[in-house]
Design a protein around this ligand. Structure first.
Ligand SMILES: NC(=O)c1ccc[n+]([C@@H]2O[C@H](COP(=O)([O-])OP(=O)(O)OC[C@H]3O[C@@H](n4cnc5c(N)ncnc54)[C@H](O)[C@@H]3O)[C@@H](O)[C@H]2O)c1
Length: 375
């Protein structure tokens, strides 16, 4: 991720100091950035002079002390809280008093990292998506200690980088990694119960829902180890809320090393990187698509209800961060919020599980016969 962020920052006109602890990785990262920028130029997306200038703006170092003159430091080391805290402690003593300190963490609390600093008000989360130069969404996560003007500064900077910044409260999974959970977990639940096959569920979501990939194809693409770890961490971080309960099916795949595309086998078997289909015909049901969509809408509505993000930022996050065909709250309005509430209530009455509880906001909007975009 660090190399992608460095590339993006340099093509956006900044002088960049790329710090990596291992010299070999640093050299590989710089070579990779050069290759990517040159490829942009070859494709005509950037002129040659600008490509040369962008590469020239990157200074590589294995020493944190090289960050001395930076106005913004974006950390993207491995996902380890104590390591991140110790790095920021060192960085804080190197940079000037008005340098903003940002973490690209996907799952750790920004407030927790900020808590270990002498000046916690300058700590913020800037969460990019992979590959950074192509993915337009950036989640900005202020810690509870963050000075509000830094939120605005980071948002404006990201707009300058051609990104869509959305602001999320410092809660597990921020927006995307929280709101998107049911896409995977409800698909797994439907499969685990024997209601539909993997291929039928995937086709229900692509053919009926217009999603670019079905949940199982996408989990295989992300990697079952990575996807399972995110689900498990969100589940634990939300005090074991059953809404985020992971599936044993995915755990077993991960344990077996059936990680998906990268290992050649996951939910599908891969030949030349392509998933091999086993079914000749598909018998997917509308109810499969409706059930997964209702759970996604519920999660989006609850994220808004809990003040984690605004309606517009939630819808922007899912369209730009995970390429959903529509914003989930806009989708709820189009289907009819009352209908979504009925679907969730039916699931709740059938299973009697807290997992299927309807968000209070969704129910209020339905009772008022209103919509998210009118309310
Ligand atoms: N991979 C993704 O798709 C993705 C997406 C969004 C956010 N993130 C977040 O970005 C961060 C990095 O993830 P990644 O997948 O790039 O990890 P990675 O393991 O590929 O890269 C981390 C790099 O940090 C270096 N490093 C470790 N300690 C260091 C130190 N003290 N000083 C300088 N460099 C040091 C390592 O040598 C390694 O090259 C994590 O917090 C992760 O949660 C990752």
């Amino acid at each position: 991720m660090g190399r992608g962020i460095a590339q993006q920052a340099s093509v956006s006109g900044h002088e960049v100091v790329l710090v990596e602890i291992q010299e070999k990785t640093l050299n590989e990262a710089f070579a990779f950035i050069q290759k990517m920028i040159n490829r942009f130029a070859e494709k005509g997306k950037m002129d040659n002079t600008e490509a040369v200038a962008s590469i020239g703006r990157i200074y590589c170092s294995t020493y944190l002390s090289s960050l001395e003159k930076c106005d913004l430091v974006i950390e993207a080391v491995v996902e380890n809280l104590e390591l991140k805290k110790s790095i920021f402690n060192k960085v804080e003593s190197i940079v000037s008093a008005d340098c903003i300190l940002a973490s690209n963490t996907s799952s750790l609390s920004i407030t927790n990292i900020a808590g270990s600093l002498r000046h916690p008000e300058r700590m913020i989360g800037i969460h990019f998506f992979n590959p950074v130069p192509l993915m337009k969404l950036v989640e900005i996560i202020p810690a509870i200690q963050t000075k509000s003007e830094y939120v605005e500064d980071c948002k404006s900077m990201m707009v300058g980088w051609g990104k869509y910044p959305v602001v999320a409260k410092d809660t597990p999974g921020f927006i995307v990694n929280k709101v998107a959970r049911p896409f995977y977990s409800e698909a797994l639940r439907i499969y685990d119960e024997g209601i539909a096959s993997i291929e039928d569920i995937d086709h229900a979501m692509t053919d009926l829902g217009g999603f670019r990939m079905g949940p199982f194809t996408l989990m295989d693409y992300i990697g079952n180890d990575v996807n399972y770890a995110v689900t498990e961490s969100v589940f634990e971080a939300f005090y074991y809320d059953p809404r985020y309960k992971p599936s044993f099916t995915q755990k077993r795949l991960s344990e077996a090393g059936w990680l998906g595309r990268k290992s050649g086998r996951g939910y599908y078997t891969y030949v030349d990187g392509k998933p091999q289909k086993t079914q000749e015909e598909f018998h997917y049901q509308k109810s499969t698509f409706q059930r997964i969509l209702a759970m996604l809408i519920n999660e989006a509505a609850d994220t808004m209800h809990m003040g984690i993000a605004s309606r517009d930022d939630i819808d922007l996050a899912v369209t730009k961060g995970v390429n959903y065909p529509k914003g989930l709250l806009q989708w709820a309005d189009e289907i009819g919020v009352g209908l979504v509430v009925n679907q969730l209530d039916e699931l709740y009455h059938h299973y009697r599980e807290d997992r299927y509880r309807c968000s209070g906001l969704l129910r209020t909007i339905a009772e008022r016969q209103s919509t998210f975009y009118d309310a």
